[in-house]
Design a protein around this ligand. Structure first.
Ligand code: NDP
Length: 514
């Protein structure tokens, strides 16, 4: 399908809509040109997936787990090639690709292979109602059929391909539409899945633009979308036409609260790392910091010094740079707009504050103070290597500001008093809150990860993160019926109705009430 043209210079954006020229954002070079799946071809792909799904489901948990475990081994063995692809199409550092993509992927294969049966096996339940006494009651999870995964460009393995793993483990076929900016990792993972014994048609990749994603929504039985809140709304609107369920993991504006009794060195290292990691292009990166007055100057000083020391540029293997490129062309403009607008409104830039010169797409690691909530940099997702820091009077003001947002993806609280930290964490309106850490909750696949408010709908990870790829079926099986005609059946007689009435009093009318 795809022709490989390493290093061919091309004019970005000049390509026709029937192909994608994949660029290395760190160099501006086109590394490969691939064919687009046009929207008209999507129905055919989904039909193929539907045909392949039956046998895949019939393999059962053990058969599917064998393929997933082989894929885990494949990824371990081919990690260098996959890292090279991720780094080339995103411009991220070697470490960002290793830690947040490969390590996530290998752990996810093992986690879902092991836990899919635990989360999806038939559940026997008992009911309180006397009408069902003696019956067998079962909750059954049946795969939805074909799942459409629509992914973003910031984590082509973790956030695009990663969602295919639980969907497949549950017994579904999947059609993946990766971002037009980063389709190569998904294509490589598809090869890895084939090499690991995944039957043809069970996973297909449909590289394309937004319209290919939109067409996919019309055909599949469930949509897993990761991306912007704006596009997430469009996805949900489109899915409403066919009443197709959606799970949406959208943008965030994650706050970090640093209390006066925090370990300043650890908190400042974390503020730098979790805002600059992946050049800030992480849905759960630290996007804004609130620091209590007594330690504010010291904290800002440490953070600024550390950010100025970061090395940025084209990654050349392990340890070569700390901060990589900005993956999507449009993102560079958003980051710059947030910084410029804040500066014009009175913010002070203590480090960075500019696009970096050269052929690649880079934005200097940036620290800003003198910011407030009237600025885009504090309100909208910047998704770049920027860290705006605000001084607050106390923890209450910090929580109020942390919650003053339309987003609610993740947050963190920093204090040596872990109990106080946990109490504050419970007051923050976000799907995940860490105390004296940030982002690490994402690696605990046992924990649900999902946004509140405008940050999303549904979760990935945990039991709910795989049950969403299934339909629940309630089964009631009566093996032995004690009577030929039950008490509630027609042919009503006053005597039996009186027994039913007495039952109401007997079952629900006794006991003391306050
Ligand atoms: P989008 O949300 O637009 O894109 C995400 C995916 O949806 C891509 O595969 C995209 O395809 C596809 N898509 C676009 N339009 C439609 C549609 N109408 N129906 C179905 N699928 C569609 O991300 P952007 O690149 O525009 O990023 C914008 C902002 O989103 C960023 O500035 C950032 O704030 C946020 N973002 C958040 C992410 C997260 O992890 N939560 C990840 C990425 C971005 P295509 O790429 O071809 O347009």
């Amino acid at each position: 399908m795809a022709t490989l043209e390493h290093g061919t210079p091309e004019t970005p954006g000049a390509e026709a809509r029937d192909s994608i020229a994949v660029e290395n954002p760190a160099t501006g070079e086109v590394i490969r040109r691939i064919a687009v799946t046009p929207p008209e071809r999507v129905a055919e792909m989904v039909a193929r997936a539907r045909a392949a799904q039956t046998a895949w489901e019939a393999l059962g948990f053990d058969g599917r787990a064998r393929v997933l475990r082989r894929a885990q081994k494949w990824l371990v063995d081919h990690r260098d090639e996959v890292i090279a692809t991720i780094v080339a199409e995103t411009g991220k550092t070697y470490e960002d690709a290793l830690v947040a993509e490969i390590m996530y992927g290998v752990s996810a294969f093992g986690f879902w292979a092991k836990n899919a049966p635990k989360f999806l096996e038939d559940e026997r339940v008992r009911a309180a109602s006397p009408f069902v006494a003696g019956r067998k009651l079962v909750v059954r999870y049946r795969p939805v059929g074909v799942v459409g995964v629509i992914g973003p460009w910031n984590y082509p393995l973790t956030n695009s391909f990663g969602d295919c793993i639980p969907a497949l483990a549950a017994g579904n076929a999947v059609v993946l539409k990766p971002s037009e900016v980063t389709p190569l990792t998904s294509l490589e993972m598809l090869e890895g899945m084939r090499a690991s014994g995944l039957p043809e048609g069970v996973l297909q990749v449909a590289p394309g633009y937004g319209e290919t994603g939109a067409a996919l929504i019309d055909e599949v039985d469930m949509v897993m979308f990761t991306g912007s809140t704006r596009t997430g709304r469009k996805v949900m609107e489109r899915a409403a036409k066919t009443l197709t369920p959606v799970s949406l993991e959208l943008g965030g504006k994650d706050p970090m609260i640093v209390l006066a009794d925090a370990d300043l060195e650890r908190a400042s290292n974390a503020a730098v790392h979790y805002s600059m990691q992946n050049a800030g292009q992480t849905c759960i990166s630290v996007e804004r910091v609130y620091v209590e007055e007594p330690i504010y100057d010291e904290f800002v000083g440490r953070v600024t010094q550390k950010v100025r020391a970061l090395r940025q540029g084209e990654p050349h293997g392990p340890g070569s740079v700390d901060v990589g490129a900005i993956t999507s062309p449009a993102q560079l403009d958003i980051i710059d707009r947030h910084v410029r607008e804040a500066q014009e409104a009175g913010a002070e830039v203590l480090a960075g504050g500019h696009r970096a010169p050269g052929a690649g797409r880079f934005y200097e690691p940036t620290v800003m103070v003198g910011v407030d909530h009237s600025m885009l940099a504090l309100r909208e997702e910047t998704f770049g290597p920027t860290l705006p820091i605000m001084k607050v009077r106390d923890a209450d003001e910090a929580v109020r500001l942390a919650n003053d947002t339309e987003y609610g993806l993740a947050a963190s609280v920093w204090t040596k008093d872990a109990a106080k930290g946990e109490t504050l964490a419970r007051r923050i309106e976000a799907g995940a809150v860490c105390v004296n850490d940030a982002q690490l909750n994402y690696l605990a696949l046992e924990l649900p990860m999902g946004g509140w408010k405008q940050s999303g709908l549904g979760v990935r990870h945990g039991a709910a993160g795989i049950r969403k790829y299934t339909r629940q079926q309630a089964l009631l099986v009566t093996r032995f019926a004690p009577t030929k005609k039950d008490l509630h059946m027609m042919g009503y007689r006053a005597a039996t109705t009186r027994v039913l009435g007495a039952l109401v009093r007997l079952l629900y009318g006794r006991g003391r009430r306050d």
